[in-house]
Design a protein around this ligand. Structure first.
Ligand code: JB2
Length: 211
């Protein structure tokens, strides 16, 4: 199936690599609002202009879209892109790099990406538009709501719950059974030993509110 990727930055390159390795979707175009990118290519995918081009692609029979906008900390722009693609009527298949390890009892929502080296355990339930980034570990029975980003190398112990739009930073560790509130931000390398309230930012070892 032909697909478009929304976003033309660094995260899009990681997603393109996963899509190609999975060999299910064929990426025919990328969109990005940056005018300086239009007319170029991103790892061989033509950058055709901004999101105003998306409706025309649908008319041309491009049925699927993948979300290539990442972001470090703020998942709101990515959430808006997901909503826009859904409203336009694109199919939003999940993308799993073939060198990720995904338990057969794990569930993935629409538009979710699991990148190379990630490990998603049994009974995990992941909502729509989630990034499980390179080499992240999501242990058994975790629940990740929509628009969450588990950054590269982060580790969620068994039964962790991450609420909508929260960000778990590079290499952070969340002990088993803890809950990360909606929109919370866990700093890189933090070790979370207590539940984190919605919207809070915590950093350090053990993780504490940012001074
Ligand atoms: O609404 C949008 C939109 N908003 C921003 N639609 C489309 N189609 N694209 C959008 N973008 C584009 O996403 C920006 O114009 C920009 O070109 C791209 C974001 O690129 P950037 O390299 O700044 O960030 P990223 O999100 O690709 O990657 C960040 O997050 C990743 C998870 C980086 O920090 C990476 O290092 C990190 N791995």
């Amino acid at each position: 199936m032909n697909a478009v990727i929304a976003g033309g930055g660094g995260h899009a390159r990681s997603v393109i690599a996963a899509v190609r390795a999975q060999a299910v979707l064929r990426l025919v175009a990328a969109t990005d609002p940056r005018a300086d990118l239009a007319g170029g290519t991103l790892d061989g995918v033509p950058l055709i202009g901004g999101d105003e081009r998306l409706a025309g692609l649908l008319d041309d029979g491009v049925q699927a879209a993948v979300i290539g906008v990442g972001g470090t900390g703020d998942n709101a722009p990515r959430a808006r892109v997901h909503q826009m693609l859904e409203q336009l009527g694109f199919e939003l298949p999940s993308v799993v790099h073939p060198r990720a390890c995904l338990a057969d009892t794990a569930l993935l929502g629409a538009g979710t990406v699991v990148l190379a080296g990630a490990n998603v355990g049994p009974g995990v339930v992941i909502g729509a538009n989630v990034i499980v980034n390179t080499s992240a570990v999501v242990e058994h029975d975790c629940v990740l709501e929509a628009d969450v980003h588990v950054a590269s190398g982060a580790i969620l112990g068994g039964g962790v719950r991450v609420d909508r739009g929260a960000h778990v930073g590079l290499g952070a560790v969340v002990l088993q059974g803890r809950r990360i509130g909606a929109g919370a931000l866990i700093g890189a390398g933090a070790v979370v030993i207590r539940d984190v309230p919605p919207g809070a930012t915590v950093v350090g070892v053990p993780a504490a509110p940012r001074p």
